[in-house]
Design a protein around this ligand. Structure first.
Ligand code: PMP
Length: 356
């Protein structure tokens, strides 16, 4: 019997340990379970000032991201991955044991995990039958008299279903919830469909927050670098809660290079290749007998429903191909999420499926 377990907060005692991408899915050489990019670039590191604390928000990094996202310098906060953006938002805007966040499942799991670790309640408005956001139900939840919802998390492209947001309905929701709650649009995968970004709405709506990451299209999951975009008033609140030196200097150096003109060109080329590989996979899947449904293709992943996903998952695992199984999630029975990798990895995926 542990003599310290009872000392932890009750909410923490009840949690199951979080499983990272490197610990789920099995063993193999083809990693298609965490929506990472398959290639890796090289970066220069200057270690001459590592004895000094870094800047709170490295100026050149913030400037580079603000330019890339077409927002003001003062509207950007860099964080340890988008996951930290999510947590800081909850810690800043939700009173534990009083306020709640609203999520639209099936969606990205960290909104609920962060809320749970912070002791913040979770309200759910399920995605509609076609997996679109039910905007009216979200609005009703936020605006009802006794609502405790302070943050609404909308993921677009939604991980894992690929759904996107309806701009006019988002604007109506922003207007209806003004002064009551913040609407967070998680744009982790937006580089794969850049025209669908809502970042330009930040200028007009104080209750809009956008979260972004360098983990996906920028192929930098290992450096843990994300961004929160919002009006100055929101960034100011978040700055009070975030750690004193959230972005290590080597991370800032690498991220700034990735956001340079050359770095961006590499990213745009990668997106072109991955979107092309996604199309190849999508086309080929249409003709495969064990496939019953292919979800919306918008990010660097594709959610696929099979006749028998247990059999399919086992076949992938046997061939060393690691996928993300969603079969146990409500409404995603028999679904597997396939990260878009190299053309060879997509061919290996198809070879396995064709062998069934
Ligand atoms: N949002 C979504 C929708 C994601 O899928 C992920 C990563 N899987 C994140 C945020 C977190 O990204 P990061 O690596 O920057 O923490």
């Amino acid at each position: 019997m542990s003599s310290i377990k009872h000392l932890a907060r009750e909410t923490v005692q009840a949690l199951t340990p979080y499983l990272s991408a490197r610990r789920i899915g099995g063993t193999g050489d083809v990693w298609l379970n965490a929506n990472e990019s398959p290639d890796c670039s090289e970066y220069q590191l200057d270690s001459s000032k590592l004895n000094r604390y870094p800047e709170f928000q490295p100026h050149s990094l913030i400037t580079a991201y603000a330019d890339y996202a077409a927002v003001k310098h003062s509207q950007v906060l860099s964080t340890r991955g988008a996951d930290e953006s999510i947590e800081i938002l909850i810690r800043t805007f939700c009173e534990p044991s009083a306020d709640s966040i609203l999520i639209c499942p099936p969606t990205y799991g960290m909104y609920a995990i962060s809320a749970e670790t912070c002791g913040v309640a979770i309200e759910e408005v399920a995605l509609a039958d076609n997996f679109d956001v039910d905007y009216q139900a979200v609005e009703n939840s936020v605006t009802k008299v006794d609502s405790q919802v302070k943050l609404v998390f909308l993921c677009a492209p939604n991980n894992p279903t690929g759904n996107i947001l309806d701009r006019q309905k988002l604007i109506a929701l922003l207007q209806a919830t003004k002064g009551k709650a913040l609407i967070v649009a998680d744009e982790a995968y937006i580089e794969f469909c850049p025209k669908l970004s809502q970042a330009d709405l930040i200028a007009q709506y104080e209750n809009l927050v956008i979260t972004r990451t360098l983990s996906k299209a920028f192929a930098l999951a290992a450096i843990r670098c994300g961004f929160t975009l919002a009006q100055e008033s929101v960034i100011e609140m978040l700055s009070k809660v975030i750690a004193p030196y959230p972005v290590p200097a080597p991370v800032a150096q690498i991220a700034t290079q990735a956001l340079s003109k050359d770095g961006l060109a590499v990213m745009f080329e990668r997106v072109k290749i991955l979107n092309n590989n996604r199309q190849l996979l999508q086309d080929a899947l249409q003709d495969i007998d064990c496939v019953t449904e292919i979800f919306q293709a918008t990010g660097n992943f594709l959610l696929v429903r099979f006749k028998d996903s247990v059999k399919v998952f086992a076949a992938f695992a046997k061939n060393g191909i690691i996928m993300r199984d969603f079969a146990n999630k409500p409404r995603l029975k028999n679904c597997i999420r396939i990260t878009i990798g190299t053309e060879a990895e997509m061919q290996a995926t198809l070879t396995t499926l064709n062998s069934l």
